[in-house]
Ligand binder design. Sequence first.
Ligand code: SAH
Length: 472
Amino acid sequence: MPRLTSFPAFVRVADRVVAIVGGGPAAAAKVRLLGETQARLRVVAAHPEDELRADVARLGATLIEEPFAPRHLDDAVLVFAATEDETADTAIADAARAVRIPVNVVDRPALCDFTTPALVNRAPLAIAIGTEGAAPVLARHVRAKIEAMLAPDLGRLVAFADGLRATVAQMLPAGEARRRFWARAFEGGVAARALAGDLAGARDEALRELSAGADVAGYVWLIGAGPGATDLLTLRAQRVLQEVDVIVHDALVPSEVIAMGRRDAERISVGKRKGHHEATQDEIETILVREAKAGRRVARLKSGDPMVFGRVGEEMAALTRAGVPFEVVPGVTAAFAAAASAKVPLTLRGVASSLVFATGHDLDGRTLPDWSGLALGGATVAVYMGRSVAGAVAERLMEAGLSGHTPVAAVENAARPGERVFAGRLADLPALAHEADAGAPVLILIGEALAQADIGDARPLAAAAVGTTAAA
Ligand code: SAH
């Protein structure tokens, strides 16, 4: 194992002076970095640039507009030489060393007593990433990954734990039981509540788990998995998937997304795909309640956004009835993914100012869908579950007076492998029933807003085009 040249330590700077010498962007960057701490910033610059002035003002730092002199380092605990001029920086470093204050010289690792890390700040929790000054860009790259893994309000959890520590120490003996309590608290319902800002709820839950004999409460996240691409998951969804014990998912959620969960999490498929129901809605609700009641952390993974045609209302009601705490993590709904794929706007100034999420699923007989009036009024309509009823939808809308020339787009497998975009007019929509792959999800968009877009490379949606081959 290679040994480090530097020892990572956290230097206490609250209410102490940190001196930064320099007037340009390098100095401004250090001012911003140190501005994440409670240090008293003393900036020395004979000719400060506007950017630096702005940062100084925003952070309440002291600006000394003089050429550098060793007395500017009086009382400082750290010094940054950031003039970006080698001779000047070397003189500052010498002055700092003469009075034994550790110094950092920007971009000159050889002259540094210490280097500055890339910082993930969840105060009081901090993660410092360093490469001994050798590859700062790599350090920033690693930081971005860690940023994505950690809840933005993680610091709250530290404060919360601090407030609970004495109580826990009283109620649980030091050792395994206490360690297990904290491990659970930081991952389960207690943490979820604290992170959501419900500190009182988190405390109640923690006390409940602490009191002898109480069964550990589970927690359910109803998560939108997005249209199918793994990188269209939200960071929150990704984080929760890494934590849960059980993942309950629909058939429409691709295996790559399900694979993003913790490796040893149990996967339960409740695949509802047209034609073959694996579990009824009642059974799904029973599974969610059963798993949570067993003290497990459960992710209910649904395609798109859970609140859009996801029957999540019933699941939330079942969880509420059973007293299981839950929260909802939104996702990118199919209409948004389809609009992005087809490069068509859903609203357009002066043309379409409302958007309807509609379903073709319950369209039967001769009834006009209840949203047809909105379509006539100029709204853009996104039709979910509409492939097999596309013809009926078009017919009803035209009977109601919508022009057969109204532009439509249909996106099959939006944001998934095998994506195909079809474009045409409302009168052509019935052709979709033969065009689209019977097993693939299709989202239909209807409205004048689509007319303005350039959908030149889409497949024509017309009876004549039946039989086009799959996308390359
Ligand atoms: N909650 C989901 C919708 C579930 S209903 C969401 O917010 O997207 C299922 C319907 O969604 C499908 O019949 C199809 O119309 C649409 N859909 C879901 N994923 C899709 C995708 N990747 N491409 C096109 N349509 C999709």
